[in-house]
Ligand binder design. Sequence first.
Ligand code: 0O2
Length: 237
Amino acid sequence: MNISMNPNSELEQSIVSVPDVVQVPDILVSQARQFQQVMMMYTCAIREVKTKLEVLNDELSVRNQRNPIEMIKSRVKKPMSIVEKLQRRGLPISLESMVDHLDDVAGIRVICSFVDDIYEVADMLVRQDDITVVAIKDYIKNPKPNGYRSYHMIVEIPVFFSDCKKPMRVEVQIRTIAMDFWASLDHQLKYKKEVVNEKEISEELRQCAEVIAQTDQKMYEIRQQIESQGVQVRRSS
Ligand code: 0O2
């Protein structure tokens, strides 16, 4: 997932604000405006879900004396990625098609320190009564063959605009710092056109994913050992 908050593409921004001297067909201006409007709605949906996650993080950090969430990143999908995904799925390339078929136009990535934090944050989010879970893919319990691990949820949230309430879909990916580190490198491999030794690199990455999963587990166990010893105040000399 490329992380950048860019609700309006430069192309369609320039169409909307084109100088009077250039004749732009009305239909193009109208489509660009519609696109801008829909992307604004996705951006607002991201803001709503992000706020919920920040509130949960604040509450949990007081309760547990540590932050379960290390970082939250978000993005609306870039127009070229939208077109590529619709094409790949053999779907019409249109705004309606995007809204009807793509659940990840709005995306949030939550980076947690420990694996148990992932499930705690996910459970707390979906228990909120204005959130509807559309789909869950647990690539931590069931990693992809290449080693990819992450917890994916598609959630729907009502967003209130001036004259209407719209249910909007947001993809929430939750993973550990280590899983995120791995996915960034894998993403580079995926988007490089020609990679020498691609097979060997993929295999090395798959092995790294295993090591990372074991390290995540070990870190969780060490944290539990530390926490089970309760709060002890060290006396200063
Ligand atoms: P981007 O640029 O990240 O937004 P799909 O497999 O995409 O046709 P679906 O159901 O959307 O269908 O896929 P899934 O499995 O839920 O995964 C969607 C997103 O998860 C991807 O977004 C990636 O962000 C991430 N992802 C899934 N598998 C991998 C993987 O093997 N490696 C890495 N690095 N990321 C992965 P997009 O749409 O690819 O694009």
